[in-house]
Design a protein around this ligand. Structure first.
Ligand SMILES: NC(=O)c1ccc[n+]([C@@H]2O[C@H](COP(=O)([O-])OP(=O)(O)OC[C@H]3O[C@@H](n4cnc5c(N)ncnc54)[C@H](O)[C@@H]3O)[C@@H](O)[C@H]2O)c1
Length: 401
């Protein structure tokens, strides 16, 4: 374990935009909220534009900055590389960081393809021999209500799981004039709504139920097939008004039905065209003894229907997940004083730092994230073959720790 004498864990982060800001907030906060054996030092952030990365380092609280991720990895005063870039660079940065003996936290989805994800798993397995730890950033596992959901399922409160119903809905690209950003380009993002937000509900439902998706039948759609791009990108077709346009090469929406390894049947829906839905992640699970509902817009709550109660007393109960005995909550505020989106990242950093200090693997491992990637691939393959039923290849590890 590459920890310095000051018991510091020195982090270098690549990318400083959306996830870079969320991770920075979590690295800044983690030692203030939680008592940990190691103190995080935010050593350096990497971005390609010097003026912008210098400003970001200052604003987000990093000691310094570099303009090439290779420089970050070469530094011997950095223990962890935190990858917050688009999917097309996850494999290259991660594999190089692991080879240099750095622990790695990598944002989801793990990679843009199964082949890349497998290479990352192999690199993580080799690095593990030297005590190097890896984690893929499926942060919603660490929303306390979602973690409680998993605990209640594992404790048998739902009995045998029959149904999983999961949606993740957004609406930020419904305007056809919205530009061709990296998330709409297959070579940069791997897939569209499927890999971006569908990956979250795949991971979360597998984590909560402890069951793997074994087969799928899928539909994907790209509603807007061309979008404006910045004029400086040459060689692209122009619209009637002279504006350059490019092809959207990912799905705008993905739906699939699935079977889970424990016998449950499931439906999944991921869309960026659900007008009015901003970041609507909702999961409902029905078992033989009860049901649970999690809704990210009300993330401090969990709805529980206990079918074992006398019928006169049955009904959905709202559990306010703010008690100290709820996952992660003892570190925060008195009961009823709610928390938010950013806390899931602080919890992720907390578990990562603790695992590095203890010399154990945090979850989700790269092997588990490969499991999500295998589902994404099966969904794309099914959609491309007229929704044909498609078996999902299985990773060799069980679901979650
Ligand atoms: N866990 C979550 O809930 C969640 C939410 C959003 C995004 N993500 C994931 O996080 C990753 C980043 O997404 P984002 O929304 O932060 O994207 P973003 O576009 O907001 O930021 C990407 C950053 O990466 C930088 N970058 C790109 N290539 C680089 C390179 N070669 N070297 C250095 N910097 C480089 C960009 O300059 C930018 O700072 C993606 O994998 C995405 O799927 C996860």
């Amino acid at each position: 374990m590459s920890i310095n004498d000051n018991k510091e864990l020195r982090v270098g982060m690549v990318g400083y935009a959306f996830m870079g800001a969320a991770h920075s907030q979590a690295w800044r906060t983690v030692n203030r909220a939680f008592d940990l054996p190691l103190r995080v030092r935010m050593a350096a952030v990497c971005g390609r534009d010097e003026a912008k990365v210098s400003e970001a380092a200052d604003k987000l609280g990093w000691d310094g900055y570099v303009t090439d991720w290779r420089e970050l990895i070469a530094r011997d005063d950095i223990d962890v590389i935190d990858v917050c870039t688009p999917g097309d660079s996850h494999a290259e940065i991660t594999i190089a960081a692991l080879a240099a003996g750095k622990h790695v936290m990598c944002e989801k989805p793990l990679a843009n393809s199964v082949a890349e994800a497998r290479a990352m798993v192999d690199a993580a397995a080799a690095a593990r021999e030297s005590g190097i730890r890896t984690l893929c950033g499926f942060n919603y596992r660490r929303v306390p209500a979602a973690a409680l959901m998993r605990q209640m399922v594992a404790a048998g409160r739902l009995g045998v799981i029959r149904h999983v119903r999961a949606v993740y809905l957004q609406d930020w690209i419904t305007d056809p004039e919205f530009p061709l950003v990296w998330r709409l380009q297959q070579e940069r993002a791997g897939s569209g709504a499927l890999g971006d937000i569908g990956a979250h509900i795949i991971d979360l439902t597998q984590y909560v139920t402890g069951q793997r998706i074994t087969g799928v039948s899928a539909l994907t759609e790209t509603f807007i097939k061309e979008r404006p791009i910045p004029a400086e990108a040459s060689g692209l077709a122009a619209t009637g008004n002279g504006q350059a346009v490019g092809q959207v090469t990912v799905d705008d929406a993905a739906l699939f039905t699935a079977r889970l390894s424990g016998g449950a049947i499931a439906t999944y829906e991921a869309s960026r065209f659900a007008l009015g839905r901003k970041n609507g992640l909702r999961i409902e699970i029905n078992g033989s003894l009860g049901s649970l509902v999690f809704d990210l817009e009300r993330l401090n709550e969990l709805e529980f229907y206990d079918g074992t109660k006398p019928s006169a007393e049955q009904g959905f109960n709202r559990i306010l997940v703010t008690e100290p005995e709820h996952p992660y909550l003892a570190a925060w505020w008195p009961p009823g004083h709610i928390i938010g989106y950013e806390h899931s990242f602080t919890h992720q950093m907390r578990d990562f730092v603790q695992a590095v200090a203890e010399g154990v693997d945090p979850h989700p491992s790269f092997e588990e994230a490969l499991g999500v990637q295998l589902v994404l691939e099966a969904v794309q393959s099914s959609a491309a073959s007229g929704s044909a039923w498609t078996q999902v290849a299985q990773p060799t590890v069980p679901v979650a720790a």
